[in-house]
Every structure is written in C-alpha cells, then in structure tokens.
Design a protein around this ligand. Structure first.
Ligand code: PRP
Length: 228
C-alpha cells in the first residue's frame, strides 16, 4: 500500500457495512442519503472490500457483521451499519447508535427440536445449555430470570447443533423461520426484536463533529427519525 494511498484514506470518512442479505435493504437508504457506492459494490463476484462513493470524501468498507462493531470501536471506520444483536453482544463503550434504520428486521430467539418443545416447559428451567453466536446476550437474558445459561459459542450453522447432539437448544436470529423449519426446530422463546442501526465511534465523531453530525442527520432524515 503506497503512502499516497494511506494519506488519502486518512482524509476520508469511512462507513463499515455488513456483507450479506442486509445490502438489498441498505441500497435504497444509501441512495436517499446520497452516498451512492461505485457499481462493483452490488456485484456478488467482486472481491473488493473498499468502495468509493458519489461523495468523494466518503468510502464504504464491506466486512462481516460482527466485525462492523470492531472496525468502528477500534477506529478503523468512523461509522457503521449493523444489527442490534451485534451492538448488544459487544456493547463497546466507544460506540453509540443514534439512528434506527428499521431494516434487517428479525428476532433473536431460543429454539429447540419440535419433539422436545412438545413436552418442554421453559418456566421450569434452572439451567439451560445452548449453542449460540451470542453468549453475552443469552447469559444476561436468562440470568434476569434466575436461569443459568451455559453457552457453546459457534459462528454459524447453529441449527444443526441439536441434530448432532452438541446442545439441545440454540439461540439465534430468526427471520422467515425457514432455517429452523428445515432443520426440525421451532421457536420456544423470543429474546429480542432486532433491526439495524447506524453506529458511530464517539471519539472520532468528537474530532470531526460537523461532518459526522451532517452524515447522522442525513440518515435520520432518510429514515424519518426525529431523535434517537
Ligand atoms: C441467519 C441466522 C439463521 C438464519 C435465519 O443466518 O443465523 O441461520 O439467518 O433466517 P431465516 O429465519 O430467514 O431462515 P445468515 O443467513 O445471516 O448466515 P450466518 O449463519 O452466516 O449468520
């Protein structure tokens, strides 16, 4: 990477966006806020990770959703777009979430095999063992009602954990419910509703308050939110 490239990057505002299905819903919002990414942003076969936009001092980077929080918290990006699941699981002090973009709507739920659910009573649990990407949220949710949650941290394909005997239950995101259904599971308990937010690094936004606030306000307007 050349010094010229690095110094150009340092002058830009960087927004981290998550790979995956959210991009379809994000596209019209980016158009409304007039931060229109270069065309390769929307092509699945591109291996590019950094994208110029119609605004010359704003760049987008595309990373895994859990890493959006890392990039923003550690100052690699000024702003990011990510689900409430990731915000709550990391709960970094450096991050605040001023705008609910109301996209990527889904829920985080506890699920188990349909056969087990037929005779199960969640109210009787004092201990529960689950596979999840969200050990922190899971533990604190169950701790609040006096249930000790033991978590096996997995990074994906959680729905096959019960089939293969890793854990009887899982905590994961549910959108259409198809993944649960196709793997013989059903929702037993909703933990929280999820949508995606614009997140901001507090310290960087203090260093460039005008520019960052303008961007936040554009996202607010685009999603018709008066205050956070
Ligand atoms: C999420 C989630 C479930 C699935 C639920 O995974 O972890 O597996 O979506 O969606 P559904 O209710 O519409 O079937 P995603 O596809 O985002 O991939 P991931 O496992 O890599 O997180």
């Amino acid at each position: 990477m050349t010094d010229k490239f690095k110094s150009n990057i340092n002058k830009k505002i960087i927004i981290a966006v998550p790979k995956g299905r959210i991009l379809k819903e994000l596209d019209p919002i980016l158009r409304k806020v007039k931060i229109i990414p270069e065309s390769s942003f929307n092509t699945n076969n591109s291996r590019k990770l950094m994208f110029n936009t119609s605004e010359k001092d704003i760049m987008l980077i595309m990373v895994r959703s859990f890493d959006v929080a890392n990039f923003v918290a550690f100052g690699g990006a000024h702003l990011g777009i990510v689900g409430l699941d990731v915000i709550k699981e990391f709960s970094f002090d450096e991050i605040y979430a001023p705008v609910n973009l109301r996209i990527g709507k889904c829920r985080m739920s506890l699920a188990e095999p349909i056969k087990l659910a037929a005779k199960d009573n969640p109210k009787s649990w004092s201990h529960v063992r689950v596979a999840t990407k969200y050990p922190k949220i899971t533990k604190s949710y169950f701790a609040e009602r006096g249930v000790q949650a033991e978590c096996l941290k997995l990074n994906g394909a959680l729905e096959i954990a019960p089939v293969l005997g890793l854990t009887k239950r899982i905590v994961d995101l549910v959108s259409t419910g198809n993944t649960l259904k196709e793997n013989g599971l059903c929702e037993v308990e909703k933990i929280m509703d999820i949508s995606s937010y614009l997140i901001v690094n507090r310290n960087i936004s203090k260093a460039r308050p005008e520019k960052i606030n303008k961007i936040i306000n554009r996202f607010r307007k685009a999603t018709n939110v008066k205050s956070s």
